[in-house]
Design a protein. Structure first.
Length: 110
């Protein structure tokens, strides 16, 4: 079985990852979610109500909740790690899937 991020990378359209700089917002809590992501490199902090609740690391996926919930709303804000601190950290490279490809991937891999 493939790691989740490799599955996302394999099924994404177009087949090229997105790069986000440190501090660049990937998505914001409450907005409509149309993509899920897999971390190819770097780390992403998940923020809820102004606090970091989770750090997503290389090889992990995130953002899939908005694709399966009825209202398609984001439950958190995603920002490449280090954006709220003075420490020098890099951004991240992400594979991604839209809802249609996510549902197809789930069907094909289970």
């Amino acid at each position: 079985m493939l790691e989740p991020v490799k599955t996302v990378k394999l099924y994404q359209r177009p087949p090229s990852p997105q790069t986000f700089a440190q501090g660049e917002v990937i998505f914001t809590e409450g907005e409509q979610g149309e993509l899920m992501y897999g971390v190819i490199s770097g780390e992403v902090e998940m923020w809820v109500n102004g606090k970091v609740v989770e750090t997503i690391k290389e090889g992990d996926i995130f953002g899939e909740g908005a694709l399966v919930h009825e209202d398609h709303k984001r439950a958190s804000t995603a920002i490449p790690q280090g954006s709220a601190s003075q420490h020098a950290k890099t951004g991240c490279q992400l594979a991604f899937l839209d809802r249609e490809h996510f549902l197809f991937t789930v069907q094909q891999t289970h």
